[in-house]
Structure formats: structure tokens, C-alpha cells
Design a protein around this ligand. Structure first.
Ligand SMILES: [Zn+2]
Ligand SMILES: [Zn+2]
Length: 360
């Protein structure tokens, strides 16, 4: 095993074994956020241990703390440097700057071969441990051997790297539809992932982008990223009709989890339009939209969950060539010790854009 801890003063050797401690942020037995110490994980065969440098806080992390999500592992938007290379993990060196993807499909089963890779049973079973909000985390052989650990281009900072995972999810959703310079696209909800959608849509060549939100502040930022029009939810349907010459939106993306956001989004679509549900609805969410009208207007409703290696590769290229723009979406940075505060701010999303935690 090669290691990158030599010279670290917290390093101790006990009985020939290297023991070092690290800070980690996990969901405790009481369901609350717990910042504690534990041993730095050691890599098994084919595994890597990564020293976290930056990790974004995702809406799903907040939902996990509320018990609304099956997984309890916090932090999946992490980038860092390789600290240990396990036996058999070839192609990696201590010190490599990497983005390790947390969930990785098998790429062999029927679901994978049919394009539903994120529904593969292996996908949600693979994960980094103890999570991205830890000073160090272990990347399993399953992920390493399937090409899910990406080396970061030099021009991509760790801070911008924290946007790779969410942008990969955005890319996957956008690839489920086609759009071009003629297209009218609407993004409902311009929190951090809505903002990523606006940037990605502009870079990928969408003609006209409208955004819908309750926050004037967020819509102002979205206009900076390339949205031409912005509307409050009450004005959205009429406003989008007008700016699309009476037609309605070709594609509407719901980057929020509430039923009302989806209902508004459906109403903004033109006949034959497509809705992409990106935001995570809470369990039990029911829509008010009239299904008969959805049918008669030939509306397609497409859901999208997470992303795979292909999407990650595209996200890395996109961020590397627009590094400043993506880094600019970050509004708050916390130290790992301050994660509690980071989550408090993430709860009140209106006060922030993307929130990240840094270490190292
Ligand atoms: Zn996420
Ligand atoms: Zn599979």
C-alpha cells in the first residue's frame, strides 16, 4: 500500500500499524448531524482513499437529515487528492487530484444495457464511505474498476470540482430531450441546481431560457447566467406564452421538489412539450394537474435520477472550460467543523446559492 500520510504529525505507529484519526460528519443514531472523529479508512484490494478538499451540500443531504431519503450517507459531491492507493488499484498515484463518483452501475444488466443505468441494483449499493463530508473517504473497488474515479484537469479548481456531480445529473436529464437555438426552455426553481441548468442550457445551445422562482435575487443571478426572462410562479404561464409568441415552452425543467412547481411547469408547456422532473418530490406528493389535459396536449413527463460516468465526463469538460462561471454559483464556503452551520443555511435556501464544505 502506498500512502500519503508520511510527515503528518497526527500520524502514529502502534504495534507496526499506522493509526491516524480524522474528522467525519455523519448522521448519528439520533438522526442528527454528528461531527466526530474516527480512524482514517485503510484501502482494501483495488480501493482508493481520498483526502477530501471540497464537497457540495446537496438538497438530498438535507432530506436525508429529515429522514426523507433511504440512504444515510452524507456528501456525494466530493473532490480531493488520493491519499492511499490499495493493492491492485492501477493507474493512480498518491496526490492525484480526483473526482470519485459515489454511485456506479454494473454496466452489464438489462437495465444498464437499456439506458436505465441509474436504476441498476448495483448503482445505489455502491458508495464512498464514510461519505464525502469526511476528511478522508474510501472508494470501493466496484467504483475504481469501473472507471468512476476521474482525474481533474489542472485548470479545474477543487471548488469548481464540487459542481461536477450535480452538473453530471443535470447533463443526464438534458440529454433525454433535444433542443437547439429555436427552442424555448423554462427552468422552474433557480436554486443551485436550477442555476446549473441555466448555465448548461446556455452552453449546450438552447435558444431562449426563461426561469420561474419566488426569489427576485435568485432570478437576477439566473439572468446573469443566461436566462432571458424571469417570472414569479403566478405570472409564469402568461409570461412564457408571451415570450414564445403565444406558443408556450418546448421544454420545462422542474428543479424544485414541490407539487406546485410541477403543476406550474406543466401549464407552461406548449402542445407536445416535454417536462423534465429533476427536483426530488417528497414521498406522497400528488399533482393537481388534469391528466386528461396532459393527454390531449400530448405532454411528455420525463423523470431523471442522478448521472453516470458518461455524464460526469461531459460535466468535467463543461466546468473546465467555464470554471469561473461554475465557481461563481458557490455563495458560501464552510470548514468541515462548521458543517452544522452549512446545513442550517442550506435549509433556508433563499439566503444562498451553492454551499460547499472545504477541508485540507
Ligand atoms: Zn446531489
Ligand atoms: Zn446494471
Amino acid at each position: 500500500m502506498k500512502d500519503g500520510l508520511n510527515g503528518n504529525p497526527t500520524n502514529k505507529f502502534v504495534g507496526g500499524c499506522q493509526i491516524a484519526r480524522m474528522k467525519t460528519c455523519v448522521i448519528g443514531d439520533d438522526g442528527k448531524l454528528d461531527i466526530s472523529e474516527q480512524d482514517i479508512p485503510a484501502p482494501g484490494h483495488g480501493e482508493l482513499v481520498v483526502k477530501m478538499r471540497a464537497c457540495g451540500i446537496c438538497g438530498t443531504d438535507v432530506e436525508k437529515l429529515h429522514g426523507n431519503y433511504p440512504s444515510r450517507i452524507l456528501g456525494h459531491e466530493a473532490v480531493g487528492e488520493i491519499a492511499f492507493v490499495g493493492e491492485g488499484a492501477s493507474g493512480f498515484e498518491v496526490g492525484d487530484r480526483v473526482f470519485p463518483h459515489h454511485h456506479v452501475p454494473c454496466y452489464q444488466c438489462h437495465l444498464c444495457r437499456s439506458g436505465s443505468e441509474t436504476m441498476c441494483p448495483g448503482f445505489s449499493q455502491s458508495n464512498i464511505s464514510p461519505g464525502g463530508l469526511s476528511e478522508y473517504f474510501r472508494v470501493p473497488e466496484w467504483n475504481v474498476s469501473r472507471g468512476a474515479v476521474f482525474k481533474l484537469p489542472l485548470e479545474l479548481s477543487f471548488r469548481a470540482g464540487a459542481m461536477i456531480e450535480p452538473l453530471a445529473c443535470v447533463v443526464r436529464g438534458l440529454k433525454k430531450v433535444s433542443f437547439g437555438p429555436e427552442s424555448f426552455v423554462t427552468v422552474v426553481g433557480v436554486g443551485p441546481v436550477g442555476m446549473l441548468h441555466v448555465s448548461a442550457l446556455r452552453i449546450m445551445g438552447a435558444g431562449h431560457i426563461s426561469v420561474v422562482d419566488i426569489s427576485e435575487e435568485r432570478m437576477k443571478f439566473a439572468r446573469k447566467l443566461g436566462a432571458q426572462d424571469s417570472f414569479s410562479p403566478g405570472e409564469a404561464v402568461k409570461g412564457i406564452q408571451e415570450c414564445s409568441g403565444g406558443m408556450g415552452s418546448d421544454i420545462t425543467i422542474i428543479a424544485a421538489g414541490s407539487a406546485s412547481a410541477t403543476d406550474t411547469g406543466i401549464a407552461t408547456l406548449r402542445k407536445g412539450g416535454k417536462l423534465i422532473q429533476f427536483g426530488l418530490p417528497k414521498p406522497g406528493t400528488l399533482l393537481k394537474s388534469d391528466f386528461s389535459s396532459i393527454f390531449r396536449r400530448e405532454i411528455s413527463i420525463i423523470t431523471t435520477y442522478s448521472g453516470i460516468e458518461r455524464d460526469v465526463a461531459e460535466a468535467i469538460d463543461m466546468i473546465a472550460s467555464h470554471s469561473e462561471e461554475f465557481e461563481g454559483i458557490i455563495s458560501h464556503t464552510f470548514r468541515l467543523e462548521e458543517t452544522q452551520e452549512a446545513f442550517r443555511l442550506a435549509e433556508d435556501a433563499s439566503a444562498a446559492r451553492k454551499i460547499i464544505v472545504e477541508a485540507g
